[in-house]
Design a protein around this ligand. Structure first.
Ligand SMILES: NC(=O)c1ccc[n+]([C@@H]2O[C@H](COP(=O)([O-])OP(=O)(O)OC[C@H]3O[C@@H](n4cnc5c(N)ncnc54)[C@H](OP(=O)(O)O)[C@@H]3O)[C@@H](O)[C@H]2O)c1
Length: 287
């Protein structure tokens, strides 16, 4: 049986997508930053679901590491599902964000998604049926002040996926996009969600539930997947309300999250172990 490749699979939504694929009896190739959790996660899933699970450690923002793992995958495994899930974001005043942090969002959310897809697409096209699932966000559907690069990166993913879908419409491959709303995955996102009112918190969908809905819809050949009723309602609200009206709401809502990023300002990796910080404008990384 062919494998499902999932990036950012050591925790959060990626981990839940891995569990859900394994539950469906699918063998997995899990990709995340180097560290203990990924190997442990792979072993645990392997035992629990009796499927083969391969753990590949790589920093996807580094071209040589992306080259290495895509080569390893194409040399050794048949794949029929690619899930580009790894991604980062944050809330910040644009001019106070470090260049390194802005670069990280672009490198991981945009560049890694494009080049993983580019490198793995020939292998996917060899299968009788294949899927590329790109994890965007509701943020792909609207400009968001104080998040700037994040919604822009997800809007890129949106058009990237839709363009590929049209280009390859006569091939047996589905380019699907998921638009999750807020999910309490890492501590920073939990703090961001908590900075909003109770009404917002009530509508939050867990990463586990999101993964279940997304995989079910994907294998039903759904191209555009908005998990959960309230996320669908939000998407509709965005569609029918002009940005000129929403802008006051957006400014008020997202400025509430600014204090969260101040808390994480000097925490390296913004909830993961990579070497970046939101602030520290003058601390150029060693990249
Ligand atoms: N959480 C939300 O509210 C939300 C809402 C809408 C959309 N999304 C999208 O859903 C996806 C998953 O979000 P999440 O909240 O589950 O993220 P998360 O909990 O922060 O997990 C991120 C995952 O990506 C991996 N990763 C980070 N940097 C990496 C790099 N340079 N190279 C390789 N792997 C890297 C991490 O690996 P390590 O564990 O090794 O660090 C981890 O497995 C993202 O694309 C995000 O934009 C999230």
């Amino acid at each position: 049986m062919a494998y499902t490749v999932i990036t950012g699979a050591s925790r959060g939504l990626g981990l839940e997508l891995a569990e859900e694929n394994a539950r469906l009896g699918r063998s997995l190739i899990l990709v995340a930053l180097p560290g203990e959790e990924l190997g442990q996660t792979a072993e645990r899933i392997k035992k629990k679901y009796s499927v083969d699970v391969v753990a590949l450690e790589a920093d996807l923002t580094q071209k040589d590491e992306l080259d290495r793992i895509t080569q390893e995958i194409t040399d050794n495994y048949d794949i029929d599902v690619l899930i580009n899930n790894a991604g980062v974001g944050g809330t910040y005043n644009f001019l106070e964000a470090s260049e390194d942090f802005l670069e990280l969002i672009i490198d991981l959310n945009v560049r890694a998604t494009v080049f993983l897809t580019y490198r793995l697409l020939p292998a996917l096209l060899k299968q009788s049926k294949a899927y590329v699932l790109n994890i965007a966000s509701l943020a792909a559907l609207s400009p968001l002040p104080f998040k700037t690069i994040y919604p822009a990166s997800k809007a890129f993913i949106n058009f990237f996926s839709k363009s590929l879908a049209i280009e390859f419409f006569d091939k047996n491959i589905l380019f699907s996009i998921a638009y999750p709303g807020p999910m309490p995955t890492n501590q920073q996102v939990k703090d961001q969600i908590n900075s909003h009112g109770r009404s917002t918190r009530m509508f939050v969908l867990s990463a586990q539930r999101t993964a279940q809905i997304v995989m079910k819809q994907l294998f039903k050949n759904k191209q555009l997947i908005i998990p959960g009723f309230f996320n669908k309602l939000t998407a509709l609200f965005i569609k029918i309300t002009p940005c000129s009206i929403r802008k006051w709401y957006l400014r008020r809502t997202y400025s509430k999250e600014l204090h969260v990023s101040k808390k994480y300002r000097h925490v390296k990796g913004i909830g993961n172990r990579s070497k970046w910080t939101i602030g520290s404008k003058h601390s150029k990384s060693t990249k």
